[in-house]
Design a protein. Structure first.
Length: 128
């Protein structure tokens, strides 16, 4: 039989988010996933600089220096990021905006306030 450890999700996650409360909530949530390393970028510029060698990007749309949509498009245009899923995490839940994110290449869209189980399932699926 397969060793039990094989079910443990392993990977590096970059959360591009400037809200400290949201960062803390994500840290708290991912403490349930010891195999996941969480890195945080608090601006678009920092996020784009850190995104390589990452297995999953969680992207807020409301960033201090540049719209999140710009970041999403920049990540999608980067050949090194071709196989890295980007999950948009946003309080903005208008269907039009969600469609825009999927059209731009987002793998998934999570609405804030985050549902903890759905968030973990999405992260597990993205890294699995």
């Amino acid at each position: 039989s397969m060793p039990l450890m094989s079910s443990v999700v392993i990977g590096s996650v970059l959360y591009i988010e400037d809200n400290e409360a949201d960062i803390d909530a994500m840290r708290d949530l991912l403490s349930r996933r010891p195999g996941i390393t969480l890195q945080c970028a608090r601006s678009a510029a920092e996020g784009l600089a850190m995104a390589h060698d990452i297995d999953l990007v969680l992207l807020d749309l409301d960033l201090p220096d540049r719209p999140g949509m710009d970041v999403l498009r920049a990540l999608m245009a980067d050949s090194r990021m071709r196989h890295t899923p980007v999950v948009v995490v946003s309080a903005e839940s208008r269907p039009q905006r969600i469609d825009e994110c999927f059209d731009a290449g987002a793998a998934q869209f999570l609405t804030k306030p985050l549902d903890p189980q759905l968030t973990l399932r999405t992260i597990d699926a993205s890294l699995g």
